[in-house]
Design a protein around this ligand. Structure first.
Ligand SMILES: NC(=O)c1ccc[n+]([C@@H]2O[C@H](COP(=O)([O-])OP(=O)(O)OC[C@H]3O[C@@H](n4cnc5c(N)ncnc54)[C@H](O)[C@@H]3O)[C@@H](O)[C@H]2O)c1
Length: 371
C-alpha cells in the first residue's frame, strides 16, 4: 500500500480531530496544514509543516490529497484550488452555502479527474449502515415516510462564533445538514419542499442571527414524504430519524442512542455506534447538556467525544483506502460522485427559498438554474 500525504485546511476543533485521525492510519502522513490562527500546535503534534496559504498547501509537491475543515463559508476556495492542482479532496459538511458554489466545486473536481468526497459522516455510523442494508433487503418494504428531528436549546454563548452567523455557517439547516442528507440518501432527491420557521427565541447580542426553529416538509413523488425539524429553540431535546416503510419501520435514536427495527415477525435492537460504550457516551452528552441542539463548540486541544472519533475513524479509513487505490463501495458512491453534496445543497437552497417567499418550491427551480 502506498504512503499518502495529506494537507489539512482548517485545524480548529474538527480539522485537528481529522488530522489526528489521519495521522494514526497506517500509510497516512499529514505533511502540511493551513489555518490562519490555529495551525502551530497541531502541526507540531502531527509532525506537519505550516503552509502560508491555501494555494501553497494545494500546490505543494508534498501533498497528495487535501482535507478541508475550515468554516463553512470558506469551503469553495480550497476545494477548487485542490482540484486545480490535481489533488483529491475531502470536504467537511456543509459542502457549500449555495447550489451555485457546490456545482462549481463538484465540476472542478470532475474536470480535473480527482476524487471529491463529501464529509457526510452519519453514513459511517454502524447502525445507519445496518438500517440501510435492512432496507435494501426489503425488510421494511418501500419507504413511505421519514421523520428526522434534531432539536435542542441554545443557552447564551460567551462568544458568538461563526457557527451562529447565517452568512458564515449557512444557518441551522446548512450547518446540521446531516439529517437532510440521510433522508435523501434513503428516499432519493426531494422534488417539492416547504420550510416554515424563524428566529423565535434567540434575539439579542448573546446570539447569532440564525433561525432557531425550522419545520420542513419534503415530497418525493409517488406519494412519499418526509418531515424534518431543526432548531435550538426547543427546551425538550430530541434527536432521531424514523423510517416508515410499507412493511415495517426503523427508528434511529441519536439521543437515547440505539436503533430499533419493527417488521412482521422481527423486532430487533442494535447499536448505532461501534460499541455499547460509544452509544452510552453519546447519550451522556445529551444528559449532561454540553451541546445546544447538537452543535459542537471546541478548539484544537479538545478531542471529540468517543462516538464521534469512532465514525471519523471509519470515514477516514474509507477515504484513505480510496486514496491507496481501493475500489469504492456502491453504498458510499453518492458521497464521492457529487450526488450527495449536490442533492443536499439543492434541497437546502429550495427550502431557504420556500421560507423567504412563503411558498412550496420545486427543487428543479434551484437545479434548473445551473444546468
Ligand atoms: N461532520 C461533523 O460532524 C462535524 C463536526 C464539527 C464540525 N464540522 C465541520 O468542520 C468544519 C470546521 O468546524 P470546527 O468545529 O472545526 O470549527 P472551528 O471554529 O473550531 O475551527 C475552524 C478553524 O478554521 C480556521 N479558519 C478560519 N478561516 C479559515 C480559512 N479561510 N482557511 C483555513 N482555515 C480557516 C480557524 O482559525 C479555526 O481554527 C466546519 O465546516 C464544520 O461544519 C463537521
Amino acid at each position: 500500500m502506498s504512503n499518502i500525504r495529506y494537507g489539512v485546511v482548517g485545524t480548529g476543533y474538527f480539522g485537528a480531530a481529522l488530522a489526528r485521525a489521519l495521522a494514526r492510519l497506517p500509510g497516512a502522513q499529514v505533511t502540511l496544514v493551513y489555518d490562519p490562527d490555529n495551525a502551530a500546535r497541531l502541526a507540531a503534534e502531527v509532525g506537519a509543516r505550516q503552509a502560508a496559504s491555501v494555494e501553497e498547501l494545494c500546490a505543494s509537491a508534498d501533498v497528495d490529497a487535501v482535507v478541508v475543515a475550515s468554516p463553512n463559508f470558506t469551503h469553495p476556495e480550497p476545494v477548487i484550488a485542490a482540484a486545480r492542482n490535481g489533488k483529491h479532496v475531502f470536504c467537511e459538511k456543509p459542502i457549500a452555502l449555495s447550489y451555485a458554489d457546490c456545482s462549481r466545486m463538484v465540476e472542478a473536481a470532475r474536470k480535473a479527474g480527482v476524487l471529491f468526497m463529501a464529509g457526510h459522516v452519519m453514513n459511517f455510523m454502524d447502525g445507519v449502515r445496518r438500517a440501510k442494508s435492512l432496507i435494501a433487503e426489503g425488510v421494511v418494504g418501500d419507504i413511505l415516510f421519514c421523520r428526522a428531528v434534531r432539536n435542542g436549546w441554545e443557552a447564551p454563548q460567551a462568544q458568538v462564533t461563526w457557527k451562529k452567523k447565517r452568512e458564515l455557517s449557512g444557518g441551522h439547516l446548512y450547518h446540521h445538514i446531516h439529517e437532510l442528507d440521510l433522508v435523501q440518501f434513503l428516499m432519493g432527491p426531494a422534488q417539492r419542499v416547504t420550510m416554515a420557521g424563524g428566529n423565535v427565541a434567540h434575539d439579542g447580542p448573546a446570539f447569532g442571527d440564525e433561525d432557531d426553529m425550522l419545520l420542513i416538509t419534503l415530497e418525493f413523488g409517488n406519494k412519499r414524504f418526509a418531515a424534518i425539524e431543526y432548531g435550538s429553540a426547543f427546551r425538550w431535546p430530541e434527536h432521531h430519524v424514523l423510517i416508515e416503510g410499507s412493511k415495517g419501520a426503523i427508528r434511529i435514536d441519536l439521543q437515547e442512542v440505539g436503533v430499533e427495527l419493527r417488521a412482521p415477525g422481527r423486532r430487533e435492537t442494535f447499536l448505532l455506534h461501534r460499541t455499547p460504550e460509544e452509544d452510552a457516551d453519546r447519550t451522556a452528552i445529551y444528559r449532561n447538556s454540553t451541546t445546544d441542539g447538537a452543535i459542537m463548540y471546541g478548539n484544537p486541544s479538545i478531542e471529540p467525544p468517543l462516538w464521534l472519533r469512532g465514525i471519523i475513524e471509519h470515514e477516514f479509513t474509507y477515504f484513505h483506502g480510496l486514496m491507496q487505490g481501493k475500489k469504492p463501495l456502491p453504498e458510499f458512491a453518492a458521497l464521492t460522485d457529487g450526488t450527495a453534496a449536490m442533492a443536499a445543497i439543492a434541497t437546502a437552497d429550495a427550502l431557504s427559498l420556500s421560507l423567504a417567499e412563503d411558498r412550496k418550491v420545486s427543487v428543479s427551480e434551484i437545479t434548473g438554474r445551473h444546468v
